[in-house]
Design a protein around this ligand. Structure first.
Ligand code: 5AD
Ligand code: SF4
Length: 482
């Protein structure tokens, strides 16, 4: 599994449009990947029908929910600190109820309720529709826990409210769970087996967003390239499908093509791609449609074939490089980003240098780089000793980050002097006189506002750059502007 975790979004509390008839107050906070932030929108929608409006003020909340992440130990520690803070507030306001949602709920199950007694409710990622019943259980003094993982649940029938939205870009989830079983990763245990969402419900959700003026959709899943709809059910059960189901199945290339064709004035992105599931048809769909962004997040984790094998990644260094060559041949203006783990058990200096040389070979536009964190229950934790000393892990990580920054600057410099298409998302963080948006390649672009508005597609001439940002001036609307 792979997911992008944006550090600046961690712990954001979410607020949605208020329903006047609702009298109770919900404080909901999210950690982890975009999938978790998306799930919190589903939870808020379900609870809006149970009398809850969201609040950003913890002290006035009747119900506090924290949507948690288990990917690294640090993520779990952050949430534990938050739970202590909630409990301090609870002492002042004893009627306040606290619930843990998401990946930690699944991983730690009843431990929170029984041993630690720090929460009132524990709800796993597939059980959010049970929240109304669980709230009743709390009221009636019963343990409120549901961590059952589902074969079917995709929340396809819930139209999520958009929390803290910029009104321009939105995420639409298309798959849940992961079947890859990378040995370092806790996700197959916390989010269960892989299943895909009905394409009709995906198109319906995008249509609603289109009608509300949204301009860019990111199709979301732990492994989007593995998307496969054949009438419902687990990906691994596809073999047992009927001939009719197989003949009418929809894969990711077809889904992306359907979306881009149905909504020519919207941009499409997707995340995350897994090298072993990324097929050539998807590359042709990306190349064919102007409105499919030329950007793939393609985590590699390590540049050493030996380590990749220990990680149970289904490809070698050479196969990954060949995949990158093919992507660049079919989509010459593609941008790529990576996830890399430094200091996986048994990693030698030679393995580490293989990672560095892979970075130089691919020339990623940017990346997300982490120190290995042993996760209880994973195959790596059971079979391999976490034997790379902390100081060595840190030094290797820094070398990877430094090289990535150098490569990133080379990539951003290559845009200087060129004119790129940008969808304006919001005001620049640094200046209220500038807009910020992204080009098709997912690099942030800032430029003076002029008479343009958020949601406009504009052409921007790039005059300058940092290693992550392009700086320019707008020269007119793009052909995407209707
Ligand atoms: N330790 C460190 N990083 C991890 N990731 C997943 N599991 C671990 C772990 N145990 C990283 C991977 C993944 C990203 C979302 O988090 O690089 O792609
Ligand atoms: Fe997302 Fe859960 Fe993975 Fe964290 S552990 S990145 S919340 S799927």
């Amino acid at each position: 599994m792979e997911k992008v975790i944006e550090e600046n979004k961690q712990g954001t509390s979410l607020v949605l449009e208020q329903k006047e008839s609702n009298t109770k107050k919900l404080f909901i906070e999210s950690y982890g990947c975009q999938m978790n932030f998306s799930d919190s929108e589903i939870v808020a929608s379900i609870l809006a029908n149970e009398g809850y409006n969201t609040t950003q003020n913890l002290e006035e909340a009747d119900l506090v929910l924290v949507n948690t992440c288990s990917i690294r130990d640090k993520a779990e520690q952050t949430v534990r600190n938050r739970l202590e803070q909630y409990n301090a507030v609870k002492k002042i306001n004893p009627s306040m109820k606290v619930g843990v949602l998401g990946c930690m709920a699944e991983r730690l199950k009843s431990k929170f309720l029984e041993e630690e007694k720090i929460v009132d409710m524990v709800v796993g990622p597939d059980a959010y529709k049970d929240l109304p019943n669980l709230l009743r259980d709390i009221d009636e003094g019963r343990d409120a826990i549901n961590v059952i993982l589902s074969k079917e649940e995709t929340y396809g029938d819930i139209s999520p409210v958009r929390l803290n939205s910029n009104g321009v870009t939105a995420f639409v989830s298309i798959t849940r769970g992961c079947d890859n079983m990378c040995t370092f990763c806790v996700v197959p245990f916390t989010r269960g087996r892989e299943r895909s969402r009905d394409p009709q419900s995906i198109i319906k959700e995008i249509k609603e967003l289109h009608e509300r003026g949204f301009k860019e959709i990111t199709l979301l899943g732990q492994n989007v390239d593995s998307y496969l709809w054949y009438g419902g059910g687990l990906k691994k059960d596809f073999e047992k499908a009927t001939e009719m189901q197989k003949a009418t199945a929809v894969d990711f290339a077809q889904l992306l093509d359907m979306c881009a064709t149905a909504f020519p004035k919207m941009r499409f992105r997707f995340s995350t791609s897994n090298p072993q599931d990324m097929h050539e048809e998807v590359m042709h769909v990306i190349a064919k449609h102007h409105n499919v962004c030329k950007y793939i997040h393609l985590p590699v984790q390590s540049g050493s074939t030996r380590i990749l094998k220990e990680m149970n990644r289904q490809h070698t260094r050479e196969e990954y490089m060949a995949l990158v060559d093919k992507i660049k041949a079919i989509i010459p203006d593609i941008a790529l980003s990576q996830d890399i783990i430094a200091g996986f058990p048994t990693e030698t200096e030679e393995d580490h240098h293989d990672t560095l040389s892979l970075l130089e070979y691919v020339k990623y536009d940017f990346g997300y780089m982490f120190i290995y964190s042993e996760r209880p229950g994973t195959l790596a934790a059971r079979k391999l000793k976490d034997d790379v000393p902390e100081a060595v892990k840190k030094r290797r990580l820094q070398e990877i980050i430094d090289l990535q920054q150098k490569m990133g600057l080379e990539r951003t410099k290559s845009y200087v002097g060129k004119t790129v298409e940008v969808l304006i998302e919001k005001e620049s963080k640094r200046s209220d006189q500038h807009w910020a948006g992204r080009n098709s390649q997912n690099t942030t672009v800032v430029f003076p506002k002029g008479n343009y508005q958020a949601g406009d597609f504009v052409m921007v001439k790039i005059n300058d750059c940092t290693s992550t940002t392009l700086i320019g001036e707008a020269v007119g609307y793009s052909e995407m502007q209707s």
